[in-house]
Design a protein around this ligand. Sequence first.
Ligand code: SF4
Length: 118
Amino acid sequence: MQELILPKLKREEEDRPQINKIANGIQWIEVNRGCKRGCAFCYADTNYKVFDVPEIISNKVMIIGEGFLYDPKVKEKIIELGQKRVNGKVIYYGLNQGIDFRLLDKEIAELLSENWHT
Ligand code: SF4
């Protein structure tokens, strides 16, 4: 049987600026980038980095990134994002790449439930 060897894919190495764009009425942002697990088959950047929460200007925000729960300030960011308002109205958040449930604990689940509209 032929052995399947998967090459380690790597994203481009240059230091790209934080994503913060409006498309189709949704603000797409990064608050962190990459993932620390480094699974061989995955394209996620292993050079994990965090960003400050950018100015929120839309009531619909999609957060991009595989490693949301790796962020050492994720609890503070969940609260900070939940307190944002645009035109006096709450923000609806999505996590485009989901979350790593191995890192989800009761406190984070409750923070998400109490602070975010989804
Ligand atoms: S994003 Fe998922 S598949 Fe990719 S390295 Fe992280 S844990 Fe592995």
